[in-house]
Design a protein around this ligand. Structure first.
Ligand SMILES: [Zn+2]
Length: 302
């Protein structure tokens, strides 16, 4: 039985408009809608007067100009980056230049632990290097706001969430989103790290999540639990396939993704691979390293 994830799709927004979404938070949506970004990148502004910007977004002139205009009477003092995908960090460069504001992030785009030496996944912003390297638990103090850095690797190895203490709000980047599961693309994406980062959120008492794509998640804990359950269910499906003698991912995907458009099967294969790597990490499954979607997999007990 498929795990039901309580997705939230509907919300009001307008492109190139800085919209107030809570007393301390405003959001501007960039016009880059797609199958990966939903309606587009939501760039958040924390505070008033002296503000932090979370995920400036992609290099879209309209977005950068609208953000600059909307903040014309204010000062950007901090630029916070959840992770270095092309829809999140590139616009940090022009904003930094306009406001002389330093950038904060866990680090440059990473390479991941599996199949090192092979090209890392598409969509990484290889140019971004944060001015300030931030770590889990670090506090960033602004003018009327306080942000705690919450390291959440998995979607990427450098993914950071930001907790706004004054509102018990967590900017979740692409770690937890209301409209979709997160893409965990090896080698930089890591399912073991992702699951640990979901469990980390279970131990926190954040009251609302602001993902970079889509609208707020208000009932946060059932959501996190559903994402964990969904991945565990996928693992059980993989183990069932292996039990049935299917040893290759391209043979498993049509069995596991019965309601999915076959054009999405290559993406599904990568998702299964990321789940498979966690099963290898756990010692449940074995294969010849480095693994790929073309590898053969076996239950370790075989
Ligand atoms: Zn991303």
């Amino acid at each position: 039985m498929a795990v039901a994830i309580p997705y939230v799709y509907e919300y009001e927004f307008a492109y190139a408009t800085l919209e107030t979404v809570s007393p301390l938070v405003r959001r501007m949506t960039a016009r880059n809608p797609s199958g990966f970004t939903f309606n587009g990148t939501g760039t958040y502004v924390i505070g008033h007067g002296n503000v932090a910007v979370v995920d400036p977004g992609p290099m879209i002139d309209e977005h950068i100009a609208a953000l600059s205009d909307a903040l014309a009477g204010e000062t950007i003092t901090h630029i916070l980056i959840t992770h270095t995908h092309m829809d999140h960090s590139p616009a940090a460069a022009p904003l930094k230049q306009l406001w002389q504001a330093p950038t904060y992030g866990y680090g440059p785009h990473g390479a991941g632990k599996i199949a090192s030496g092979t090209p890392i996944e598409e969509g990484g912003d290889m140019d971004f290097v944060p001015d300030h390297l931030i770590q889990d638990g670090q506090m960033i103090e602004g003018d009327g706001w306080t942000v705690e850095c919450v390291y959440t690797p998995g979607h990427t190895s450098n993914h950071m969430c930001f907790a706004l203490k004054e509102e018990k709000a967590l900017f979740t980047g692409d770690h937890v989103m209301g409209w979709s599961t997160s893409v965990i693309g090896p080698p930089d994406g890591d399912m073991t790290a992702y699951m640990e980062s979901l469990e980390k959120l279970q131990r926190r008492d954040d009251q609302v999540y602001w993902p970079t794509h889509g609208t707020a998640i208000r009932d946060v804990q059932p959501f996190v639990q559903a994402f964990i359950d969904h991945r565990l269910e996928r693992e059980q499906q993989i183990l069932a396939c292996l039990n049935d003698g299917l040893t290759r991912i391209p043979d498993m995907v049509p069995v596991m993704y019965t309601t999915t458009d076959p054009r999405m099967f290559p993406a599904a294969e990568r998702s299964v691979l990321s789940a498979m790597i966690r099963l290898i990490d756990q010692g449940t499954v074995s294969s010849t390293l480095p693994v790929s979607t073309a590898s053969d997999f076996l239950l370790t007990s075989d």
